[in-house]
Design a binder for this molecule. Sequence first.
Ligand SMILES: Nc1nc2c(c(=O)[nH]1)N[C@@H](CN(C=O)c1ccc(C(=O)N[C@@H](CCC(=O)O)C(=O)O)cc1)CN2
Length: 291
Amino acid sequence: MTAQIIDGKAFALGLRARVGELAAAFRGSAGRPAGLAVVLVGDDPASNVYVRSKGKATIAANMESFEHRLPAETSQDDLLALVERLNADDRVDGILVQLPLPAHIDAQTIITRISPDKDVDGFHPVNAGRLMTGLPGFVPCTPLGCLMLLEDQLGDLSGLDAVVIGRSNIVGKPMAALLTAKSATVTIAHSRTRDLSSVVRRADIIVAAVGRADFVKGEWIKPGATVIDVGINRTDEGLVGDVDFDGAASVAGAITPVPGGVGPMTIACLLRNTLVAAHRNAGVALEEGAI
Ligand SMILES: Nc1nc2c(c(=O)[nH]1)N[C@@H](CN(C=O)c1ccc(C(=O)N[C@@H](CCC(=O)O)C(=O)O)cc1)CN2
């Protein structure tokens, strides 16, 4: 193996500690803690674990956690009514509805009802528009975490060739927007991309977010490239990413592992976004570049 392993777990712990210190200071100046409401509908086992981790991480970061666990048969109208109550609750700075939702609920309808100023997931169309136009807003946590790891690894990204594999609203599209804003030359590849291996071979940065185990092969990777693996695929061999790790690690310059790479950054960035939301909502200044 030649690649350096990018330790997302360690980076996330550092970020969480910084957010925790700033959240304690916020509590002092605002006279209340920053608050995050997390809503889980149903009993998906992985979602259940993520929601529990988010609650624990919120409390450990000196913030208040409001957890709402609703039965799988909750109606869309009842969920919308809860979102409206959370929008109006001054103790709540950030609202997150855990995805996926049960099939009878339209996720986009729910996301669009969250106040954009409490949308710490950054999924609301207003925040997507702010990201595209360079206005301050909330950036989805997973791509924000990927960007932090990339900048920590490579420094200035300008002029680098980046390929984002996957075009979801949650990862692929915001990731491409973030890399574009950093002046990388960005290609979004997807299931209809012709000759994907050649497209990937040009890239200095590869972000794989396809949701298919071991999809990206080592032979596709340019020697020395930086590989960010967003995939979390549960297989008989355990948890694996979208990148064939062993193949890629023998050619890449640096690579994120699964687990322990991008995943932990998602929750750390959620806490970061909640802290930013709390400062904005309470009118308390947060020093530029503090986190
Ligand atoms: N409303 C949202 N729903 C979902 C999001 C999201 O950002 N907002 N992202 C994912 C799930 N997710 C957080 O919600 C998440 C996924 C993975 C991890 C993580 O730390 N993964 C570990 C492995 C943990 C495991 O064994 O499963 C790792 O990669 O090291 C944290 C959060 C979908 N839904």
